[in-house]
Design a binder for this molecule. Sequence first.
Ligand code: DAH
Length: 375
Amino acid sequence: MLNPIVMMNDIAIIKDELSSQIKGANDLKALDDVRVSALGKKGRITAVMKTLGQMDPGERKTKGQELNFLKDEIAALIKKQEIALKKQELNARLINEKMDMTLDARPRDKGYVHPISQTIEELTAIFADMGFAVAEGTDIEDDFYNFTALNFPPGHPAREMQDTFFLPDDLEEQGEHIKKLLRTQTSSVQIHHMQNNEPPHKIICFGRTYRSDYDMTHTPMFHQMEGLMVDKTTHMGHLKGCLQDFVQAFFELDDLRVQFRPSFFPFVEPGAEMDIACSRAGGGLKIGANKDGSVDSWMEILGCGMVHPNVLKNCGLDPDEYQGFAFGMGIERMAMLKYGIPDLRTFFESDIRWLSHYGFDPLDRPNNATGVKRV
Ligand code: DAH
């Protein structure tokens, strides 16, 4: 049992002893041992602190102050010694470690940029050049933004084609408006953007989208890109010119021909799909027309159209004053076509051999000045 009075008279002794132990600690391990023996749970100072409870209040006050002061002093000494020891250690290392400047540089372990990231950067470079800004959206969406506001009201048959993952809590308890789901299309970003910004609108957006599909050309998660332009005089000619310029820049084929076929998407009217010229001669796939300029095959690459008046109204715009176009495409599909990647599922298998084959140099980023990327 500790005798509090004796202990308290010993403060000066404790201080002297601990100070010399601290000064004598000549490595960090020894210093830590001193710290534990002084300030640790069973340390000397801690033990004396515990005796304060047995003193009368007046004495407790003065001794308490003295002890706290001692504690701080010891902690500061330990810190000081620690800094000195670390400095000593570093100096010793600097003296002993030598760098051989004559050694050959070792090849660096290079990482690769994933084809999805590469394609997103290429698309951004092309559309930024045309004056589009990048907007962002979230993967988890309200049913309203993903469907209803885009003119797929509840029960609309076009919803069937985009079955997705609904968040469990919301299934029955909430109405269509706030039912949460993983977005099936980036088109939802059009709505958020138009609701939160003043026209004119000129944006693109990229992101993950989800559908309950899985085969060679479908994965439950994939990426889309969306484009939107709305102004008072925007018309179908702008849509066609913009998309024609885009595919020519993306595939780096100045004479790449396109065709527009009527198609249906609830949020555009008229709606179309855009095809690019290609050749399937010999069982392969080549983008572009034949040498003699003839086109023997067309391939669909994106959906587009003039923004439906109902969508404009849902975003607070008067369709008699504003009109615009929109388009959307699958990013994996664009990457597969440009870089000859045959199976969509491989994009998400994290196979480093695949990445080192299809990936891109992180130091050679796409830009329009040097060419987005050679096919
Ligand atoms: N959201 C459509 C889809 O996922 C793609 C699309 C088509 C986007 C036409 C558009 C558009 O903006 O105008 O299938």
